[in-house]
Write a protein of this length. Structure first.
Length: 180
């Protein structure tokens, strides 16, 4: 599995950064970053393969840029104000509706691609964001599928942040993987 993230931030109208409508709707920040699948994410896919898993239901953001570890979970998506930064306000998760997912096949790359777009509204996750991940929630349990770390993004109240995710699942003869 291989994934990537593209992030855009657009300021809201009347945000004090260039006049009432001077920058409203214009992209002011962009980030691109690779994806790290967490151990829980690998286990999630294995359970789905066995018919016992649950789908991705949420996207979460946080303030940490610490490297991932084998035990990185949804509880570790930090919102504690890394490096003296304030914690995010307005929540840190956004529900991902089932129709946000698009599944395509790329025969040239021999990949099945899952693409989704998630928008963080202006009142959610206000502060300095350094990480994002896709989450599977079922009742009281949550599994962090992946995590992406990127250069800090300052999201002010009213700003709209959109995250574009692409996750690729290779197909075909994967015997070459055994040699690595």
């Amino acid at each position: 599995m291989k994934g990537r993230l593209e992030l855009t931030l657009k300021p809201g109208a009347g945000d004090g950064r260039g006049g009432a409508d001077a920058t409203a709707g214009a992209t002011t920040v962009e980030r691109r970053a690779g994806n790290a699948v967490m151990r829980g994410g690998g286990e999630l896919v294995a359970r789905l393969f066995a018919g016992r898993g649950s789908a991705i239901t949420h996207m979460a953001v946080g303030t940490s840029d610490s490297p991932e570890s084998e035990v990185f979970t949804t509880a570790a998506l930090a919102n504690g104000g890394a490096d003296g930064e304030e914690a995010l306000t307005g929540g840190t998760e956004v529900a991902v509706p089932p129709d946000a997912f698009v599944i395509d096949t790329d025969p040239a790359r021999r990949m099945v691609l899952v693409r989704l777009r998630v928008t963080v509204p202006g009142t959610v996750a206000v502060g300095t964001i350094r990480e994002a991940g896709l989450v599977s929630r079922a009742g009281d349990s949550a599994v962090l599928y992946n995590r992406v770390i990127f250069a800090p993004v300052v999201k002010k109240s009213g700003d709209e942040m959109t995250l574009f995710w692409e996750v690729g699942f290779p197909y075909g003869d994967l015997q070459w993987l055994d040699s690595q």
